[in-house]
Write a new protein. Sequence first.
Length: 158
Amino acid sequence: MKNKKVLFISSTGGHLKELLQLRPLFKEYDSYLITEKTESTKKLKTEFKNKMGYLVYGTKEHFFIYPFKLLFNTFKSFYYYILFHPKYIITTGAHTAGPMCVIGKLFGSKIIYIETMANIYKKTVTGKLIYLFADLFLVQWESMLKLYPKAIYAGFIF
């Protein structure tokens, strides 16, 4: 399975913590990890070396700057997509992963989205978007199946 290219992407914080629970899968595939560059994520470059990429950290709380960072990250995501050209994109969200999933879908990658365990009764913004076209949409709470009827309950990632 080492010949299958799998891109793992998420924003920093809890989404990344969830994604890193899939670390054993990273070794089974030709994998690449992308997250936002922050002080807490810089150390990942030591572990993943040339199989790691960074996007600009952005948060929706910075209302005026965020759209520009999102646009920049969209172009940078396109660069990473062309560089790695994954067969699969696996993400736990959030906003950082949205552009990559759209790009991947347009170019034929399979999209696997894992809705965060932080939400038990409410959809995330990224989840709402990616649910429309994900090839596999997983939820970590059975209650989320009411909101995402085509999803699969997969239990907790931790």
